[in-house]
Ligand binder design. Structure first.
Ligand code: HEC
Length: 161
């Protein structure tokens, strides 16, 4: 792939996540507290977003090594392997703490699960590409994962004001 194309792909992926802010990734103790469950979900999301950013920087040649990419892919894989029922427990829609999860996510639960499960094949491709260490292949797989994230966000995540 032409490196300008690779850069354009990476820029698109980064742009999609730039407005998101990636802060503290500590573990949250939940005890079934809805606010804590929201926080935990947001941390799961942030760890995936942070991973995508790391990979995008590598693809653009701005920063990072192949090892950083593999670590980022591992973080995305770990987060996306969580049970969707654990990531999106009932009672954590908009109105709970600072949740941006639309109630429609639970009203259309099979669709939400389908989106969540869509992360698996996309992430598997990214793992393959990262293991091969091929920049263009990584760029393309990154785009695939980014799309899988966006599919769900479009339907079920309230945009930041
Ligand atoms: C099945 C639906 C779904 C999928 C798939 C999904 N997300 Fe999310 N994401 C959400 C929802 C809903 C929110 C809002 C969560 C909240 O505010 O409680 C969110 C919020 C976020 C946030 C903001 C977290 C915060 O601190 O407010 C980031 C970053 C994020 N997602 C990244 C990603 C990335 C990266 C992927 C793909 C690897 C992804 N998401 C896949 C539904 C999804």
């Amino acid at each position: 792939m032409d490196s300008r194309v690779v850069n354009a792909l990476a820029a698109g992926s980064v742009a999609a996540f730039l407005y998101l802010g990636f802060g503290g990734l500590g573990a949250a103790a939940t005890d079934g507290d809805p606010a804590a469950l929201v926080k935990q979900r947001e941390q799961t999301m942030k760890s995936m977003g942070g991973g995508l950013q790391t990979i995008a920087k590598f693809v653009k040649g701005e920063a990072g090594s192949a090892a950083d990419v593999q670590a980022a892919v591992a973080a995305i894989t770990e987060a996306s392997s969580k049970d969707p029922a654990v990531v999106f427990p009932q009672g954590t829609a908009i109105g709970t703490a600072d949740s941006d999860a639309k109630p429609e996510l639970w009203q259309n639960w099979p669709k939400a699960v389908e989106y969540w499960n869509g992360l698996k094949p996309a992430t598997a491709k990214l793992t393959e590409a990262a293991n091969a260490g091929d920049r263009a292949q990584i760029a393309q797989a990154l785009q695939g994962v980014s799309k899988a994230c966006a599919n769900c966000h479009e339907d079920f995540r309230q945009k930041k004001q």
